[in-house]
Write a protein that binds this ligand. Structure first.
Ligand SMILES: Cc1cc2nc3c(=O)[nH]c(=O)nc-3n(C[C@H](O)[C@H](O)[C@H](O)COP(=O)(O)OP(=O)(O)OC[C@H]3O[C@@H](n4cnc5c(N)ncnc54)[C@H](O)[C@@H]3O)c2cc1C
Length: 373
């Protein structure tokens, strides 16, 4: 029922703007409005904080269905989870009440600020600093590649509080868009997900109350990594949705397109491509849903269940599969697939990011090798 509802909403209210959002590289406001109206913009927020209380699998299904029509728009529910999960996992009760309520109501989105210009894969090498000063912390630094920066009201920022302790000297904070000293760079000009703004976040002597610290001092990096264990599964969901959108489009097209006097779908070479695409997609889906079930059981207080391995594996496998399927979808449309008159080239460009963010697929393989089940 959830899938049917999200699919219907996505097709009616998000799909019609997907090409325009990509072409104009503009924020998909129509999608945000439709998702907020249907209470689908941050479904993971627990009911006790005014949220929909969706479990990890339900959240995956929402992201997957939105991504099937518009990958940029799927970053609304996905990044709301990424940005706020540190608060959910490690924040105190007051912090949760203060920030999860407005997020659930649609009054403000959340972004996640880990990466920096010189600290990407090696996020522990970050330079942004937070210095305690009485009842405040003062933050200085530059965060790079921040999804939905400038649009979001709230930012989870990882910053160094004790440089001698490396990753154990990193702490997490909530920073608000309106805090004095917060500003944003120009939107990056990207290959895909052009509707999702990606910007630098500048922190210039940003003074915030000390109670914006998430968890204890020095636990920020651990919180950031724990968050990724859960949210890499949402990137897998995004990859599944993009791939499903491309497969659906290509499988319809080959039945209509005629060459040599018959639909190209009648050629066995084309059928074998479609079969491989569907097979890989279903394998990715099963791995992703299994990872989501583990994520939920861990959130419910269960054992770790190799979540780190499964989160990395789902993200890595689904994103590689999405890249293959979208590339094959372009191939199946021939020359037409290579133009912006058809959606598959957008899907191919959008799929590429899923192999890069929340840790590149090289990094996922390192994570998997260190956490073999
Ligand atoms: C559109 C977009 C949105 C993003 N959104 C966010 C966001 O909201 N919040 C956020 O914090 N970050 C975000 N990121 C940042 C993203 O997570 C990083 O770009 C990513 O982790 C890679 O870091 P890097 O770009 O510095 O690449 P680098 O770390 O410089 O990597 C360069 C290459 O070296 C490889 N490499 C690096 N180390 C190793 C190794 N040990 N072994 C093998 N290969 C290695 C990488 O796989 C890659 O191929 C976003 C990025 C993009 C492009």
């Amino acid at each position: 029922m959830l899938r049917d509802a999200v699919r219907a909403l996505s097709e009616a209210k998000i799909a019609p703007f997907a090409a325009e959002v990509d072409e104009e590289a503009r924020f998909p406001q129509e999608a945000l409005d439709a998702l907020v109206a249907a209470d689908l913009h941050a479904v993971h927020v627990p009911e006790e904080y005014g949220g929909a209380g969706a479990d990890a699998l339900a959240t995956v299904i929402v992201i997957e269905e939105v991504a099937r029509v518009c990958a940029s728009s799927s970053l609304i529910p996905a990044v709301n989870k990424l940005g706020s999960l540190p608060v959910v996992l490690s924040g105190g009760e007051d912090l949760k009440k203060k920030y999860l309520g407005p997020l659930a109501k649609g009054d403000g989105m959340f972004s996640y600020c880990l990466s920096e210009p010189d600290a990407g894969s090696d996020a522990g090498g970050m330079k942004t600093k937070a210095v305690r000063d009485g009842d405040s912390y003062v933050l200085n630094g530059v965060k790079r590649w921040i999804t939905n920066a400038g649009v979001s009201e709230y930012y989870t920022v990882m910053a160094v509080t004790d440089p001698d302790l490396r990753t154990k000297g990193i702490s997490a904070f909530v920073v608000e868009k309106g805090d004095e000293g917060v500003s944003f760079g120009a939107p990056e000009k990207k290959l895909g997900i052009k509707g999702s703004p990606t910007r630098e976040v500048y922190l210039d002597n940003v003074r915030i109350p000390a109670d914006r610290l998430i968890g204890a001092e020095g636990t920020g990096f651990a919180t950031a990594m724990k968050t990724l264990d859960h949210t890499r599964i949402t990137i897998a969901a995004q990859a599944l949705g993009i791939a499903q959108g491309a497969l659906d489009y290509a499988s319809g097209y080959v039945k209509e397109r005629k060459q040599f006097g018959k639909p190209v779908a009648d050629f066995q070479g084309v059928q074998f491509m479609l079969a491989d695409m569907a097979m890989k997609l279903e394998a990715a889906r099963q791995l992703t849903y299994s990872a989501a079930a583990r994520s939920q059981r861990v959130s419910d207080g269960g054992d770790k269940e190799h979540l780190t391995f499964f989160g990395a594996a789902a993200k890595c496998f689904a994103s590689d599969v999405a890249m293959e399927i979208t590339t094959d979808a372009v191939q199946l449309l021939g020359g037409y697939g290579y133009t912006r008159d058809y959606p598959v080239e957008r899907m191919m460009r959008d799929a590429k990011i899923t192999q890069i963010y929340e840790g590149t697929n090289q990094i996922q393989r390192i994570v998997m090798a260190r956490n073999l089940p």
